[in-house]
Ligand binder design. Structure first.
Ligand SMILES: Nc1nc2c(ncn2[C@@H]2O[C@H](COP(=O)(O)OP(=O)(O)O)[C@@H](O)[C@H]2O)c(=O)[nH]1
Ligand SMILES: Nc1ncnc2c1ncn2[C@@H]1O[C@H](COP(=O)(O)OP(=O)(O)O)[C@@H](O)[C@H]1O
Length: 223
């Protein structure tokens, strides 16, 4: 689908709610550029940049990276995408980050994946990631064709250092304390759309239908 107008979206939800999985489907269906804060941080860690080395320990302890670091990193990437439609995944995660984003760009819609915490824990400890692309697999849900290898490149998959049961508990706490207030922020701005469920394949048709409608009405407004 070719968009006729620039469209900016954010996808939110607790760790393991399926943001990466749903983002891949959105980008494939609607052609938005996907920007994942977690993938950007992991690429910095993998490439041993100064920022990556500094942030690794905070990520591995299930804590959020400081707001100023994160906002600078993402807003810098968005600056060079001035004429693109994008989907932000994992940013903003705090109210100050949402305010920093608002100061620079207007957000058309925020997709919130509301998946119960007890569903999530099991998923994260069986998540396998292809670090260079952020493609995710799951032993139960979408296993790779060859165990341990990425379907597209044949490169090795890894388990994230922060996907251990103890760190997942800390990340869920950080989500409750620091990220849930962002949902309220966007709800009061009138852009929040929540999708509730325990399975991505049940949630996805609703997200897809919503975006079709949203993009169509955006085009109508412009015409
Ligand atoms: N069992 C199960 N696993 C899922 C489902 N949706 C996504 N996953 C897996 O759950 C893990 C977390 O999903 P991901 O998209 O990475 O979530 P994110 O942390 O919100 O970006 C990955 O291993 C996915 O393959 C689902 O409906 N059922
Ligand atoms: N916007 C952000 N603000 C602060 N820290 C972040 C942000 N995005 C990612 N991080 C850090 O990177 C980690 C992994 O993020 P991410 O890949 O989005 O995890 P998940 O998709 O499992 O929720 C987070 O637990 C946090 O430490």
């Amino acid at each position: 689908m070719v968009l006729q107008r620039i469209f900016r979206a954010v996808i939110m939800g607790p760790p393991g709610s399926g943001k990466g999985t749903v983002s891949a489907r959105i980008t494939k269906t609607f052609g938005l550029s996907h920007i994942s804060s977690g993938d950007i941080l992991r690429s910095n860690i993998n490439n041993k940049t100064e920022l990556g080395l500094l942030m690794k320990c905070c990520i591995d302890q299930g804590q959020l990276v400081p707001d100023d670091v994160m906002s600078r990193l993402i807003l810098r990437d968005l600056r060079v995408m001035d004429h693109s439609s994008w989907l932000l995944d994992g940013f903003p995660r705090t109210v100050p980050q949402a305010e920093a984003l608002d100061d620079a760009h207007s957000v058309d819609t925020v997709i919130n994946l509301n998946v119960p915490f007890q569903t999530i824990k099991q998923r994260l400890t069986s998540r396998w990631t292809h670090l260079p692309t952020g493609r995710v697999y799951n032993v139960d849900f979408n296993p790779p064709k060859v165990p341990g290898l990425d379907d597209e490149t044949g490169e090795p998959l890894v388990q994230r250092d922060d996907d251990t049961p103890d760190t997942v508990t800390l990340r869920l706490k950080a989500y409750e304390n620091q990220t849930e207030p962002v949902l309220e922020y966007y709800r009061s701005n009138g852009v929040l759309e929540t999708f509730t469920g325990t399975e991505t394949n049940m949630i996805w048709p609703h997200v897809e239908a919503f975006l079709h409608k949203k993009l169509f009405s955006v085009k109508q407004k412009v015409a």
